[in-house]
Design a protein around this ligand. Sequence first.
Ligand code: IMP
Length: 201
Amino acid sequence: MSQASPGTLSLVFASFNKHKLLEYQAMAPFWLKLQGLKDLHFDHVLPEPYQTLEGNACAKARYVAQLLQVDCFADDSGLEVEALNGAPGWRSAHYAGPNATDMENIEQLLASLQHCSHRRARFRAVICLIVQNREHLFEGILNGTIAHHPRGQQGFGYDPIFVPEGYTTTLAQLTLEQKNSISHRRAAFNQMIHFLENLRS
Ligand code: IMP
């Protein structure tokens, strides 16, 4: 963590995902400046060798912290569907195959649940923060159900088929601000911010 200007901290987000960076930047307090790996012209492939969100979040954060010698955080997130015993989970990005598009993953998931009325699911996000060579984990969860058809144009990934608890719309029908106010990433990020606030004071 470095001081960008007096009272401001600069932290690397160990990810190339522009959607996630935008979500985190929109949630960050005024004193925290976030930089993604594209901003730093980082061109290594991040390791994701484990079959858990926790393992992969830490692997990515460690890799970037060591190579760039910076404090940073990485996240790993996924959709866990009860009727599929928690799948796609850590495989969410590649559920329909190694180079699957969001829409192919959605179609695969809807096909897996074709005759299933039990559609409860949750998004889970795990953040691994590395500050002064120490690792800290934060977890956030968003409960909901899987819709029968995609709806909405906002967001990314499985947003068009995820209906958050207490809503009738999918995440893809919410604005970025609305999604950010309830998301799994928001819950994990809030905990990290709280932790950093304590470090600063
Ligand atoms: P990763 O965290 O970058 O490994 O991505 C995990 C995958 O989970 C993404 O590619 C999406 O398919 C899915 N995912 C994670 N968070 C969200 C979200 O907020 N909305 C929709 N899909 C998500």
